[in-house]
Design a protein around this ligand. Structure first.
Ligand SMILES: Nc1ncnc2c1ncn2[C@@H]1O[C@H](COP(=O)(O)OP(=O)(O)OP(=O)(O)O)[C@@H](O)[C@H]1O
Ligand SMILES: [Mg+2]
Length: 355
């Protein structure tokens, strides 16, 4: 940890926010000189000078202030417990390559949170999860100063009280920045935070560093973490924040993808049962006027129940009017309006049959 405060300009404008820059091969020279076309002859000399100063593993370009990555870049291609569609895989790998946070949106239960866990598993990294609530402040992700503990120690005459460092409690970002190996940092449900929450993290996510005023230290990431941010769209995110992220919307899985998801969760499940359950599930999602469509996680819960209760596939196939509401529907329909809707549909169906 270096003990230098950032310059005001850096703190206000965020120097790390300008894309790639030429590696600082000749410190002190002005950018005009650095980019000037060198005279023939001097060019070879400059190249030699640069290759001596630049680390051997780089191509000459690095992200400004970007903590260097060690070893080859790992690629994510799903795991044995997570089905990633090709577009999701591409988005994850693009975010890793760009070293930008991956912002993931999608219907509730479409695997946004679990994605971060699976990326960590897939690339063999540690996961650090920060779950955001309406009361969470951006500062809590950096560190908190425990003034109450210090006051108590002061009253008890504890010697620790003289060192303020004893009362600085690192947050999740600090934990991620201090990690020995590049971790995956999940910022889950960022839209739950207050309106300023995303803006308050711009600089830290860009430069991967922050300043601790109490100890006058700058905390820099040892390895730029892979950042996954999820949102349920409860609040709009500011443009400045969006600009810094790579965005991916997890589309609701089609039947084929859903079949694969079911397979990873319930390998060896009877084909007939899965087939009938998927048919009921997708028909149910198509019912017009449904307030809350069931999602992947609800289908998985429902299947688990069907197994526990040993419901045969025929019970799902029997689409007589009285059975319009699927068995154990509580796993799929989550509010009384939707249950009433189905009861009404069953009633109309019966009347239509009689008439
Ligand atoms: N592609 C997938 N492959 C395997 N399992 C999946 C997939 N998508 C969703 N699931 C399963 O669905 C469940 C819900 O996933 P998760 O909690 O990540 O959803 P979410 O999008 O974060 O939901 P919410 O918005 O409500 O927080 C998990 O049990 C997960 O295993
Ligand atoms: Mg989630």
């Amino acid at each position: 940890m270096a003990a230098s405060p950032p310059s005001r300009k850096a703190a206000e404008y965020g120097e790390g926010d300008r894309g790639c820059q030429f590696v600082e091969a000749m410190p002190g020279r002005r950018s005009k000189e650095r980019y000037a076309v060198a005279e023939p002859g001097r060019r070879t000399q400059r190249r030699a000078e640069m290759s001596r100063l630049a680390p051997p593993s780089t191509s000459g370009y690095v992200m400004p202030h970007s903590p260097r990555r060690r070893g080859p870049m790992q690629r994510f291609s799903g795991t044995d417990s997570y089905v990633a569609t090709p577009d999701l895989e591409a988005a994850v790998n693009a975010a890793i390559a760009l070293e930008r946070p991956l912002l993931v949106k999608g219907e509730p239960g479409t695997g946004k949170t679990i994605l971060a866990h699976e990326i960590a598993r897939g690339i063999g990294a540690r996961l650090i999860a920060w779950h955001i609530k309406s009361t969470t402040k951006a500062q809590q992700g950096l560190y908190e100063y425990d003034a109450v503990a210090r006051l108590r120690d002061g009253q008890l005459g504890d010697a620790r009280v003289h060192d303020i460092r004893n009362y600085i409690v690192p947050g999740k970002l600090w934990e991620a920045f201090a990690a020995e190996q590049r971790p995956v940092l999940l910022i889950d449900e960022i839209d739950k935070g207050d309106i300023e929450f995303p803006n308050d993290l711009l600089l830290e996510l860009d430069r991967m560093e922050f300043y601790v005023y109490e100890t006058r230290e700058t905390i820099r990431a040892r390895h730029r973490p892979v950042v996954v941010i999820t949102s349920n769209n409860e609040k709009e995110l500011p443009d400045a924040f969006l600009r810094r992220c790579f965005f991916h919307y997890i589309r609701f899985p089609d039947r084929e993808t859903m079949q694969k998801i079911v397979d990873v969760h319930f390998p060896g499940l009877k084909h007939d049962l899965v087939h009938e359950a998927l048919t009921v599930f997708f028909e149910l999602r198509e019912v017009p006027g449904l307030k809350k469509k069931p999602s992947t996680s609800e289908l998985l819960d429902w299947l688990k129940l069907l197994l526990v209760e040993d419901v045969p596939p025929e019970a799902l196939r029997a689409r007589e009017p009285a059975k319009l509401i699927p068995p154990l529907y509580g796993a799929l329909l989550k509010n009384e309006e939707d249950v009433h809707l189905f009861e009404r549909l069953a009633f109309l169906h019966r009347r239509g049959e009689r008439g």
